[in-house]
Design a binder for this molecule. Structure first.
Ligand code: GTP
Ligand code: MG
Length: 202
């Protein structure tokens, strides 16, 4: 898919104030610093459309970016970083869960996980939360430039094995690197197919 235009529309923490035009949207969620904002910049080929930082906690609000005047990419704040409390559930900010529960035009959430780390309880818990709510999601592995191909395969395999303990199958997943432009066509192609599918079903 070709990205012809990408524009920032609004930031807010109130789901009720998000755009009301009912265009389809795709949300990026995951731990702080996993690379959500960087991925949005990579997908849109705009270096600083979404604000990124080496320090976790940069994105604090729900950010809507209008793509090709036709659909949105949504950059969300990260959930729990490092010192999470024992009950990780508490660290999912209220307005984030509200976003997923109320935003009917959210077609698919992309849950980002850092490919370098073994599966983290908080990510599995968030996917569990989405699954229980019937909220569609995919997994995006980030920072693939940091590992060699063999290690990538192993980490994905480990992830699959853990997920298959709870899920019937591994959700659709993508391997990406924002710094090396890996996975762009796959993610955009997937979004394009979903958009096309929706047009046909209208
Ligand atoms: P919050 O907004 O704080 O939740 O973080 P975020 O998930 O939006 O992460 P962000 O995109 O701001 O990136 C965090 C850090 O990771 C930055 O220093 C990025 O440069 C770096 N980073 C992001 N993606 C990649 C990648 O694919 N490869 C490498 N090597 N670094 C990356
Ligand atoms: Mg961010």
């Amino acid at each position: 898919m070709n990205i012809k235009s990408a524009e920032f529309v609004m930031s807010n923490s109130d789901v009720a104030k998000c755009p009301k035009d009912r265009l389809p949207e795709y949300a990026f969620i995951g731990r702080s610093n996993v690379g959500k904002s960087s991925l949005i910049n990579m997908l849109t080929s705009r270096k600083s459309l979404a604000k990124t930082s080496g320090r976790p906690g940069k994105t604090q609000l729900i950010n809507h970016f209008l793509i090709n005047k036709d659909w949105y990419l949504v950059d969300l704040p990260g959930y729990g970083y490092a010192k999470v409390s024992k009950s990780t559930k508490k660290v999912f900010q209220k307005f984030i869960t509200k976003y997923f529960e109320e935003r009917e035009q959210m077609i698919c959430a992309f849950v980002l996980v850092d490919i370098r780390h073994e599966p983290q309880p908080i990510d599995l818990e968030f996917m569990q939360y989405l699954g229980e709510g019937g909220i569609p999601f995919c997994v995006i592995f980030t920072k693939a430039d940091k590992l060699k191909p063999k290690a990538i395969d192993k980490h994905v395999e480990d992830y699959k094995n853990i997920m298959l303990e709870t899920w019937e199958s591994m959700p659709q997943h993508f391997i990406t690197s924002s710094s090396k432009d890996i996975g762009k066509d796959e993610v955009l192609g997937f979004i394009g197919e979903l958009n096309d599918g929706m047009e046909k079903s209208i």
